[in-house]
Design a protein around this ligand. Structure first.
Ligand code: PEP
Length: 255
């Protein structure tokens, strides 16, 4: 059985006081699922420190990375520096990076391959726009994003163990509108098939997370689907109480 994951994407939120509240509210008890969080990069070491004080070691990662190792790239963060801070993973291809920062397929592929070469785990995000879904293009869009973003992805086991896919329909991110469990399951199954057939990867063992308005009240239906291995969570990951509830739901489903 694949593990379940709750991965928080804090975006450009959480100051030191709210990070403290998050850990004070956290009650993970006997949770066995993976608990990961991507704070603002400047807070990575603080979050690692606070999580270990709270008695739960989180995997802490970055929301974005540079495709370069070093040099004249003002304002960028390298994979190497993020690792110095203790990051173990990076999100690549989040829809906000694609739309607000115009990150295209070729750039995302460079970022992903660079993160991998530096031994970071990559959470590669894909998802269709509402118009694309309405026009029956969901599978074509997802397949194209996977083929372009994962171009030349190595097929050895170690590299594959560093790949996680997050399916995040753009119309469900931060909107309160969640994909139904059946809609999400259908796309997750398609992603698994595409990884195996078109990319020669081990689709059956690649964690595939759903993201888009996940909260404690809808998590059970989504996470109990066969091909949904967890959630990438924005808004509901900001409060320790909600994060704990999500982790409890995910852990219960692993039993
Ligand atoms: C996200 O930003 O990845 C996300 C899924 O956000 P939300 O849970 O707020 O929709």
């Amino acid at each position: 059985m694949r593990k379940k994951f709750i991965v928080g994407n804090w975006k450009m939120n959480q100051d030191l006081a709210s990070i403290d509240s998050f850990f004070n509210e956290l009650s993970l008890g006997s949770c066995t699922c993976e608990t990961w969080v991507a704070p603002q990069a400047l807070h990575i070491s603080t979050v690692i420190e606070k999580s270990s004080k709270a008695g739960k070691s989180f995997f802490v990662g970055a929301q974005n990375i540079s495709e370069n190792s070093n040099g004249a790239f003002t304002g960028e963060n390298s994979a190497e520096t993020l690792q110095d801070l203790g990051a173990t993973f990076a999100l690549v291809g989040h829809s906000e990076r694609r739309s607000l920062y115009k990150e295209d397929h070729a750039l995302l592929n460079k970022k992903l391959m660079h993160a991998l070469s530096q031994n970071l785990i990559v959470v590669f995000c894909v998802g269709e726009q509402l118009e694309e879904r309405k026009n029956g293009m969901t599978e074509a869009v997802i397949k194209y994003q996977l083929l372009e973003g994962l171009k030349n992805f190595p097929t050895d086991q170690l590299s594959q163990s560093r790949l996680i896919i997050a399916y995040e329909p753009v119309w469900a991110i931060g909107t309160g509108e969640v994909a139904s469990p059946a809609q999400a399951q259908e796309v997750h199954h398609f992603i698994r098939k595409t990884l195996t057939k078109d990319l020669d990867l081990d689709g059956d063992n690649t964690p595939i997370l759903y993201g888009g308005s996940v909260k404690p009240s809808n998590a059970d239906g989504l996470l109990s689907q066969m091909d949904i291995d967890g959630a990438l969570v924005g808004g509901a990951s900001l409060l320790g109480e909600d994060f704990s509830k999500l982790a409890q739901i995910a852990s219960k489903l692993m039993k």
